[in-house]
Design a protein around this ligand. Structure first.
Ligand code: 5AD
Ligand code: SF4
Length: 451
């Protein structure tokens, strides 16, 4: 068979990025070759996101572009994977009949046989979603030339979500929460570290409930082996060369004291935590089904600051949730001013089909949402700048990142996840650590010089 070139375009979150890597490895093992550009590929996979309406529109316009390419390349195969595939299924095929395969979030490990089956005239929509299943054991391939070894990687530790926040489509697109076996995760981490990876981020929709819905370790039932224990096991790979460990995302309602203590006791755990709050009003949180209050959230923030005063907190916020009053929104602004987040991601509420909030009345007008979002982001930018200025004059350790400047590395990242630009490059390889003194702070990055 002629060599088949594939290209994967990924939208959305880090879970999707990791899923794309898994599909790429499986395709590589089946003899496909990854192409650097979409337009030269014989097989294009779009790994999609449906968290907000805008993300879904991007997928449809890319499919339109690919339909155009079909004229030049009639044998082009197009695959839609991920959350939009899961949610829309055969509806995509109705609108875009040229699509070769639609593959759901729980089916990505079957990408190779599913492609073959569809090519032979079989099923084109593979989107089965079940409640109970085992995530396949899957080890990353580190059979790479040294220059191609990534210095940081994501590891998915669980899939799905059981929380049903009323605005969120994830429980419908990724199904029920299932945790991977601890041994599979630790083995994956070990393979990465022995292959040269220096930083690992553990991923899940809600890592704090790891191990709560299925047993993840021999002899331990549900809830008897939790995230903190997993984190400590992975952190022990420090002995084999792991330098930094992060995780995301944490639901405040499940953040345990034991996990908070890890920030004080595990020195390779980076001093940053993404703790999505979504809204600063108890009434809105209740309608969102978040199951915590602003006062309990602030209690967590206090504990975190006690354990690790330098911790950098970031958050997600939704403005204009149905029924959000000006007073509710002022609660969100107050929270921002109280916590003084280092950074945040903020979004206008977007109604998602199938979610409970899609049926709520009292939609907030679009112009009010836009104005609130603007107000929030403007204040966040001011706070981020103030926070960043606190670093000026301090000596920090950064992990150097790849840059295109003739062997010299010109930027790195702090443990708190801020970019530091260097005036003079350092001769090093990506993933090396170096100490810098911070000389200047901007809104989104710092500048420094090596010490
Ligand atoms: N509308 C707007 N933002 C949303 N998010 C999730 N669902 C929606 C929605 N329907 C945001 C939340 C979440 C982040 C990943 O996306 O803030 O934490
Ligand atoms: Fe969505 Fe809530 Fe689950 Fe996060 S915790 S994925 S916001 S339902």
């Amino acid at each position: 068979m002629e060599q088949q070139l594939f290209y994967i375009k990924t939208f959305g979150c880090q879970m999707n990025e990791r899923d794309s890597e898994i599909m790429a490895q499986l395709l590589g093992e089946a003899g496909y070759v990854e192409s650097a550009e979409m337009d030269t590929a014989d097989l294009v996979i779009i790994n999609t996101c449906s968290i907000r309406a805008k993300a879904e529109q991007k997928v449809m316009s890319l499919l339109g572009h690919l339909r155009g390419n079909l004229k030049k390349k009639p044998k082009l195969k197009t695959v839609v994977a991920g959350c939009v595939a899961q949610q829309e299924g055969s509806e995509i095929l109705r609108r875009m009949p040229f699509v070769s395969l639609i593959i759901g979030t729980q089916n990505i490990y079957n990408i190779v046989p599913a492609l073959q089956c569809a090519a032979e005239g079989g099923q084109k929509v593979v989107t089965s979603l079940v409640d109970v299943y085992d995530i396949p054991r899957f080890l990353p391939s580190m059979d790479l030339p040294p220059s191609a070894v990534p210095f940081r990687k994501f590891i998915t530790i669980m899939q799905g979500c059981n929380n049903f926040c009323t605005y969120c489509v994830v429980p419908y697109t990724r199904g029920r929460e299932v945790s991977r076996l601890a041994v599979d995760i630790v083995d994956e981490a070990r393979v990465l570290v022995e292959g040269g990876v220096k930083e690992i981020t553990l991923l899940g929709q809600n890592v704090n409930s790891y191990g709560n819905t299925n047993s993840v370790a021999p002899g331990r039932g549900k809830g008897e082996y939790g995230f903190s224990e997993l984190l400590r096991e992975v952190a022990a790979l420090q002995e084999r060369g792991l330098k930094r460990l992060r995780f995301t995302t944490s639901n405040p309602k499940d953040l345990t004291d034991e996990l908070i203590d890890c920030f004080g006791s595990l020195d390779i755990l980076c001093p940053q935590l993404h703790l999505p709050v979504q809204a600063g009003s108890d009434a809105v949180l209740k309608r969102m089904n978040r199951r915590y209050t602003i006062s309990s959230y602030l209690g967590l923030v206090d504990k975190l600051h006690k354990v690790l005063p330098s911790i950098a907190l970031t958050t997600d916020v939704i403005v204009g949730f149905p029924g959000e009053t000006e007073e509710d929104f002022e609660g969100t602004m107050k929270l921002l001013n109280d916590v003084r987040y280092h950074g945040s991601f903020s979004f206008k509420y977007s109604s998602r089909p199938g979610t409970r909030a899609a049926d709520f009345s009292d939609a907030v007008p679009e112009d009010v949402k836009s104005e609130r979002l603007h107000r929030f982001q403007k204040r966040q930018d001011e706070i981020s700048l103030e926070r960043n200025k606190e670093y000026i004059g301090r000596e920090l350790e950064i992990m150097l990142e790849p840059a295109d400047d003739g062997g010299l590395l010109m930027r790195g990242r702090t443990g708190s996840n801020l970019i530091v630009h260097l005036k003079e490059g350092v001769k090093a390889v990506p993933g090396d650590l170096c100490m810098v003194k911070i000389t200047y702070a901007g809104q989104h990055s710092l500048q420094g010089k090596t010490v």
